[in-house]
Design a protein around this ligand. Structure first.
Ligand code: ATP
Ligand code: MG
Length: 154
């Protein structure tokens, strides 16, 4: 369906605001100048962004920040989920989208993870004709960039 990206990010913020606050983490949703809409499966895209926010909160210490932002470059929507957490070792970045891969379970504040979250994110983005990319902000946390076309390809 045609979805407003602002509404999507606000919904995710409503889900996670309390757990971020409980963890001592600031949760920032950046505003942007004009409305962004895209042809998306709402529940799948909510799942993708939620998985990323949950990862960000799980790997960020009290006093840190998780930021959600959306922009567009021509007909491509870009959603960024950034955190100021422990980061991902450069050598692990090529593996993090693999199913069941976890860097080191002891680095997460939340135990009992399965290592499927990012594999699911990548599949959901692929279904939308988009992509997911992880960038290490060296010593300063992790950034995940989602890209998807404004309109489904015909
Ligand atoms: P699940 O999401 O299935 O509960 P998970 O969070 O361990 O389990 P993924 O979401 O696929 O699995 O993430 C894989 C691994 O990548 C994590 O175990 C963690 O080691 C690392 N990782 C993911 N996101 C971050 C992040 N924002 N900061 C630091 N490490 C991360
Ligand atoms: Mg996860």
């Amino acid at each position: 369906e045609n979805m407003n990206i602002s509404e999507l990010l606000t919904t995710v913020r409503d889900y996670y605001e309390a757990s971020a606050t409980d963890a001592g983490i600031s949760f920032v949703v950046k505003e942007w100048a004009h409305p962004l809409n895209a042809e998306l499966d709402r529940s799948l895209m909510l799942r993708a962004v939620s998985n990323l926010v949950s990862n960000a909160i799980a790997h960020t210490l009290p006093g840190g920040t998780v930021t959600l932002a959306a922009t567009n470059e021509d007909a491509v929507i870009r959603i960024e989920i950034s955190d100021t957490g422990v980061g991902i070792p450069a050598e692990a970045i090529p593996s993090v989208f693999d199913r069941f891969f976890r860097v080191d379970p002891s680095r997460s504040k939340i135990s009992g993870s399965t290592g499927l979250g990012l594999a699911i994110v990548q599949s959901i983005l692929a279904l939308h004709g988009g992509s997911a990319e992880i960038t290490n902000q060296l010593g300063h946390g992790t950034r995940v960039t989602l890209r998807m076309p404004v309109l489904a390809m015909r």
